[in-house]
Design a protein around this ligand. Sequence first.
Ligand code: BES
Ligand code: MN
Ligand code: ZN
Length: 495
Amino acid sequence: MEFSIKQGTPDSMKSGCVVVGVFDGGKLSKAAQALDKAAKHALSDFIARGDMTGKAASTLLLHKLNGIAAERVLLVGLGKAGELSNKTSLEIIGATFKALNATAAKDAALYITDEGVGKNANWVIKQAVLTAAEQAFRADGLKSEPTKPATLKHIVFATLDKPIAELKTTLEQTAAIANGMELTKTLGNLPGNICTPTYLSAHALALDKAHKKIKTTVLEEKDMQKLGMGSFLSVTRGSEQPAKLITLEYSGGDKKQKPIVLVGKGITFDSGGISLKPGAEMDEMKYDMCGAASVLGTMQAIAEMGLKLNVVGVIPTCENMPSGIATKPGDIVTSMSGQTIEILNTDAEGRLILCDALTYSAKFDPDTVIDIATLTGACVIALGHVAHGLFANEEKLAKELLTAGEQAHDRAWQLPLWDDYQPLLDSNFADMQNIGGRAGGTITAACFLARFTKEYRWAHLDIAGTAWKSGKEKGATGRPVPLLTQYLINRASAK
Ligand code: BES
Ligand code: MN
Ligand code: ZN
């Protein structure tokens, strides 16, 4: 999908469809007034007849109006003029693209930024780009007859007045975020028999090939052995698929600048291992690599926008499977940090691969490390499918991530990382055990990771509830690519 910004009058816009807003009670927006005048009051006639009341998220499609260059006109109800809730504004944008996608228009010119959709122009552009991309996304590529791609290919954000320069940057950045999310969703949706650790590493190498500033390295199990990654290797023991440790180094900043490291959990299928999961919805454990996929999506997005920052992606990836040689409950392993871990439940495997990847990350002399993981079912219970769980060992970092989430409308909620929870991880036989019991399961998982991240500034995002949707709409969401990319944009502009 292509996006651009163009100034001009709505009646002269050559387009498959020109989109203008109507407020509650039938009051025309400025762009709609201009159209109405050129079309000899055709719009006000429809409104007078009651076909469009301006109710938020209602739409009315009109064809071939005299005096108007576009093939179609779409009237969109904007509700009460002035500030609207995020939810209502998003409903308006969603309804607009739904109506456009129901037509055969190949391109559209949207006059929705001048008077907003109850929001400022930057917000509207961001959400419109993400919505357009979301509606164009197809998840059925593996059907013998996939649904055909969207006909709408080019979106023009049209303005009456000269658009402010900032909008162009927003547009380019959001288009890159949308592409990053598309990659994250595509990888997330792929089944475990296709999206293996080897498949993910091949994709990371493809990003290296496509972007000059990305350098990808893939470590094999024998390399991890040498590094002493006994914890990571214990998870892959039962699998026939070789584990990989992928690193992508994006060099957009100057050489001396310390990088921000993103570490993504890449379990391409989580059966639970010997602590086997129950059968119901076990298929959804193919999404257990969504942290890894969001790192790949974010790396692609920042490379596409040429962000001036150094960022490293680290992806530990393997399967968690039962077998005759799989790790057993009670087994004790030594992590790369030297700390020993008693594995009481092989289904708490995410933290076991992350702890070694986090120890490994110190070698990049990081400014900040952020890990992203579908880590705990308890996080879904705590926060549902709306907010990511957020933990940080520095308040300023937590605030920056919360703010980025608000800006990108990809929100997180902070949970405590207090020492009071640490004793729950005490073991009789090793330095720690890998589970802390049912109570506060999301917090004890984060506390486990905190034992490996003392050397640097660190945050952890638990995306178990937000990375994919279940039920009829089952599919990966592409989150938290918007939050992560926004955070990196903010960091780059603060430099
Ligand atoms: N990948 C799961 C977490 C998960 C569960 C994400 C459900 C999304 C939905 C993780 O590896 C896991 O199995 N965690 C266990 C931890 C427990 C054994 C301490 C869990 O949450 O049940
Ligand atoms: Mn598990
Ligand atoms: Zn898992």
